[in-house]
Each structure stands twice: as structure tokens, then as C-alpha cells.
Design a protein around this ligand. Structure first.
Ligand SMILES: [Zn+2]
Length: 335
């Protein structure tokens, strides 16, 4: 992480500099400014970014919380960038100028960002024109791996946002039968196009449970992935998991404590997996798996990028991620 801090320190604001970066000055306030082009450290590469995904985790800092301090660093909190390497540090031998890569960086709402050489994944030639925000795709791959989904399984995905849609693709292409559950009709349509066999509107608790029971011979699902990050969907997810099944928590539950029906979890002997990774090496491993999956066709995120904004409209992109207008799954900021 120290390389990141150094990178931020080097990306100082200068007037008339040769690179542009977005700055979040205050909650709800973004602007573009010039910065000097950062020089890569010994084990870093510099990426001329083509774009970055906008993450749900960017929303709290955009809305404002007491514990954030503003302005943020240039390009923060973009962490889903991809682009072309245009400079390498002197000890970097695994990448060269011109390599097109996905990178785990922390200031990617910008034209340039620096990445540790081991946080970068090369994109193969067949993906030459593919937009590839590595981190969220890697996240989906890691969750999928920890879900241990097999062809004979029935898998319920509770919550069809970008992540839920990716997991629907991965599970259905692995041969599993997928039941997608979401509030939004648009999202249920997306889930169908991602291979879901059944879709259920997330409206009535008892009705959802009844429907899943009838689809599974009364047993429930071998795997249930909760991808919302709220209390009620977590409650539903537990109810839908069969005895000895696996409940995978992929939603972010970071806005407060949750209650769980321990009596039910305990009685059914559920395996409960909190599937988010924290180690950057795990992220990069997931990103490598994602690049392979996109190249092989096991994962096709392109139709799921529903909104694109130029860098100087970062504020609109974050606002779209915050309000999630009808038809929204994922925004990209492109430079
Ligand atoms: Zn992200």
C-alpha cells in the first residue's frame, strides 16, 4: 500500500500539467484538474487509463460520511481501471510499454495511475477492444470460486445488480440451474439473458420461499448467493438454503449490524461463507481468473455496462451509481 501513498504524493496538482484527473472536493462535488504525470517507482508501472468502473463502494464517499476527509486524492477512489502501460519502473521486467492491462490501483478516475507490477494483469490480444474493469470481475470470480457450484446444483441468486448478474452467468455456464430473485423487472430480464432458468420478483417473503420450495421438491437450494447487502435479502437467503447447503454472502453489510436466524442456520447445518476478499493478492488472482473467463466466453460482462460517462462527468457517474435509475447495472468512466 505504501507505493500507493507515494503515487498519490507524486500526483501533485500543477497548472497546465499534461494529465487530467478527477477530484472529489466534498460530498457531491467532483471536478477535473490538471496533474503532473506521475513517474513509476522501481517496481511500478504507469497505466494510461482507458477507463475505470464506478463501484457501489464509491457511493458512501460520494454521499459523505463523517469519517472521510475531503478533498480526496486525485483520481480516488477509482480502483477498477484498465488501459495501456506507458512507462515502467527500472526493476519491472514482466511488463513493457504498450502492454494493455487491467490494474488494481487506487486513483483510477484519471488519465494516468501507477500500479505495483504485481497488481497488473495483461489482457490478451483477443480482448483488444474489450473494456475490462478488473477488480469487480475478479471479485465475482473469487465469490464464484468460494461458492463451489457444480452442475447438479440449484443456485438461488438473491439480488441482481452487476455482481448478481455476473454470478448468474458463471453459475449457469457451469451447468447449474439458477433461480434469480430481484426487486426490479429489468434486472430479472437481465438475469434471464445471463442464463437464469427461473426468475422471482422480490416482493413477498412467504411467496418467494413457497416458489423456491416448489421449484426444488420442497428442499431448497444447494447454493444461495446473497448479493444485496441488506437485512431482508439476507433473511430470505437463509430460508432458501437447503439442509447442508451453502449460503454465500456476497453483499456488503457495512452499514450496521445484522440479525441472523441462528436457529434456522444451526438446524439446517448450513455452511455460511463471507465471500469478500481483503488481501490485494487475492483480488489480483481473481482478476487473472476473470481475464481468462472473459477470453474463453465463460464470462461476458459487456452487456452489463449500462452507463458510460466521460471522466469530466464523474459526478454524474457517481450519481447514477447512487440513485440506480431504471436500467442501471454498472457505470464506466472512460477517458
Ligand atoms: Zn469495486
Amino acid at each position: 500500500m505504501s507505493a500507493t501513498v507515494e503515487a498519490a504524493a507524486r500526483a501533485i496538482r500543477v497548472s497546465g500539467g499534461a494529465s487530467r484527473a478527477a477530484w472529489i472536493d466534498a460530498p457531491g462535488v467532483a471536478r477535473i484538474d490538471r496533474v503532473s504525470i506521475p513517474e513509476p517507482g522501481e517496481r511500478e508501472v504507469r497505466v494510461r487509463l482507458e477507463g475505470s468502473g464506478v463501484c457501489g463502494s464509491n457511493v458512501p464517499v460520494w454521499e459523505g460520511r463523517q469519517w472521510f476527509s475531503y478533498p480526496l486524492e486525485a483520481g480516488a477512489p477509482g480502483h477498477e481501471g484498465w488501459g495501456v502501460i506507458d512507462a515502467v519502473g527500472e526493476s519491472v521486467h514482466d511488463f513493457t510499454v504498450g502492454d494493455r492491462v487491467a490494474a488494481l490501483t487506487y486513483h483510477a478516475f484519471a488519465e494516468h495511475d501507477l500500479a505495483a507490477h504485481d497488481s497488473v494483469v495483461r489482457l490478451p490480444p483477443e480482448l483488444a477492444s474489450v473494456e475490462l474493469p478488473g477488480e469487480p470481475l475478479g471479485c465475482a470470480m473469487n465469490i464464484f470460486a468460494r461458492s463451489d457450484i457444480r452442475a447438479e446444483h440449484t443456485v438461488a441468486v438473491v439480488g441482481i445488480g452487476f455482481l448478481g448478474a455476473l454470478l448468474t452467468q458463471l453459475a449457469s455456464r457451469a451447468g447449474a440451474r439458477v433461480i434469480a430473485i430481484s426487486r426490479r423487472q429489468f434486472a430479472l430480464d437481465v438475469a434471464r439473458s445471463c442464463g437464469a432458468h427461473e426468475t422471482i420478483a422480490m416482493d413477498d417473503h412467504a411467496r418467494i420461499i413457497e416458489r423456491v420450495r416448489s421449484l426444488t421438491g420442497g428442499e431448497g437450494c444447494e447454493r444461495v448467493i446473497e448479493a444485496v447487502g441488506m437485512q431482508w435479502p439476507l433473511d430470505i437467503a437463509g430460508e432458501l438454503t437447503r439442509i447442508r447447503g451453502r449460503l454465500i454472502i456476497a453483499g456488503f453489510h457495512q452499514d450496521g449490524a445484522r440479525q441472523v436466524n441462528m436457529q434456522l442456520w444451526n438446524w439446517r447445518g448450513l455452511d455460511v461463507i463471507n465471500a469478500h476478499e481483503r488481501d490485494p493478492r487475492a483480488y489480483v488472482k481473481g482478476m487473472r481468473a476473470a481475464v481468462s473467463a472473459v477470453a474463453s466466453g465463460a464470462l461476458d460482462p459487456s452487456p452489463l455496462y449500462t452507463h458510460r460517462f466521460p471522466l469530466d462527468r464523474l459526478g454524474d457517474a457517481l450519481e447514477a451509481a447512487r440513485t440506480r435509475p431504471d436500467g442501471f447495472l454498472k457505470a464506466l468512466v472512460v477517458t
